[in-house]
Design a protein around this ligand. Structure first.
Ligand code: CS2
Ligand code: MG
Length: 409
């Protein structure tokens, strides 16, 4: 079997997605997700200009060899653009292999280790009553684990809080990234945040009791010692995890955090290779691997990092926001079903328009996600629908401190 075509499809049903479609001489096709939020066209060009020509005539069954060829032969390794492009190829080849074998990809990865994946949903609110409503709504929908984000008194806008939700009728208004030529500017004050967050978790525990696994995302905004302080002050509320408490380019920073707190730590949604996790895993500085198949080079390297993590009882918590397309989500859902050290899967429903473009065999019921049993990844791209949603420039917001300094994301 040979690859005869590879097409890059950019579509923007409610947000931008970049999809690679590989076609073989036997008519079998495979899909891969190459979406890099806010930098989508860089990956599309990387694929079209530099990867697609290399794929033609190759044997689609040689997944590992193709991965190594794209990674090593470029000389310029790693980075989010390169690794999102390689991820799309890797996923599309697994999709093809599954279709040829007549099996869902999770069967090729070793078969199911569980019946379905436990997920967590995103609850948020501008104040406590709005947050409680959001938590209740998620519980009613079957979610068993809940991420909790709120506005902070003194900070005007805060990413991760669906502030306009009621006004727009959209559930998660902070996704997609804002469309337009410039990113929205938000404000930030770490001291105010550190004072407020523990009071929110205290209120949530008082209202909903001790059982629900609760998560929180710090979006890389604290210094290591501030992160340590937050972890410590959240200990009474028994978090499932504290995510991205400090930027992790410097993996050593997590030593300091870990030294001070028993709150479980999750990190890695912006990581793109195993080297980003090397110290964190080997020194047992984290508890959950947050990488997404889309930004980490695909299913193949994500499986390897999870096997490495398994030696240290570190589990998965793959990144699953709406900017990971249904193809990327399906890829990591197959992997999550197969690996033994699965932890939890982040899940936000995609919009209706997105689900029209990406027809899915994935199911979500009672808080659990399953990739379905169609051969391959189980996603079909409706190209006609995709073409009706042209690309629109969009950027994630960023934030500045009171004195105008740009702060960490
Ligand atoms: C977030 C994401 O899901 C998460 O944990 O951190 O919403 C993230 O901000 C976006 O994926 C950025 O593209
Ligand atoms: Mg996050």
């Amino acid at each position: 079997m040979k690859i005869i075509a590879a097409d890059v499809i950019v579509t923007s049903p409610s947000r931008n997605f970049v999809t690679l479609k590989i076609t073989t001489d036997e008519g079998v096709t495979g899909l891969g997700d190459a979406t890099l939020n806010g930098r989508e066209l860089a990956v599309a060009a990387y694929l079209t200009e530099h990867v697609v020509p290399l794929l033609i005539e190759r044997d689609p069954h040689r997944i590992e060899d193709t991965w190594q060829f794209l990674y090593r032969s470029a000389y310029w390794r790693r980075g989010p653009v390169t690794m999102a492009a390689i991820a799309a190829v890797d996923m599309a080849l697994w999709d093809i292999k599954g279709k040829v074998a007549g099996m869902p990809v999770y069967q090729l990865l070793g078969g199911a280790s569980r019946t379905a994946l436990q997920t967590y949903g995103h609850a948020s609110g501008r104040d406590i009553p709005e947050l409680f409503d959001s938590i209740r709504q998620h519980l009613e929908e079957g979610y068993k684990s809940i991420r909790v984000q709120t506005s902070v008194p003194g900070i005007k806008a805060l990413y991760g809080v669906a502030a306009q939700a009621q006004a727009t009728g959209e559930r998660y208004d902070y996704e997609p990234a804002g469309r337009g030529p410039q990113p929205a500017e938000e404000d930030w004050d770490t001291r105010a945040y550190l004072r407020h967050v523990p009071t929110v978790f205290e209120a949530v525990r008082n209202e909903f009791g001790p059982e629900i696994p609760l998560l929180h995302d710090g979006h890389h905004r604290m210094t290591p010692i501030q992160a340590a302080k937050l972890g410590k002050s959240l200990e009474p509320y028994d978090l499932f995890w504290l995510e991205d408490c400090t930027p992790a380019e410097n993996q050593d920073a997590f030593r300091l955090v870990r030294q001070h707190t028993t709150t479980p730590l999750a990190v890695g949604e912006v990581f793109n290779t195993v080297f980003d996790f090397q110290t964190l895993i080997r020194e047992q500085l984290i508890d959950y691997v947050r990488a997404a198949s889309t930004h980490f080079g695909g299913i193949s390297p994500l499986k390897k990092v999870m096997d490495y993590a398994a030696q240290y009882q570190i589990k998965s918590g793959f990144h699953g926001p709406t900017d990971v397309s249904p193809v990327g989500l399906a890829a990591q859902t197959h992997l999550g079903l197969a690996i033994h050290n699965f932890g939890i899967q982040e899940y936000m429903e995609h919009s209706e328009a997105t689900n029209t473009v990406f027809e899915q065999s994935m199911t979500f019921a009672d808080g659990f996600l399953h990739p379905g049993d169609k051969p391959g990844l189980g996603i079909e791209l409706n190209e006609e629908a995709a073409a009706s949603f042209p690309y629109q420039q969009a950027y994630l917001p960023y934030n500045r401190l009171a004195d105008g300094t740009v702060h960490d994301w």
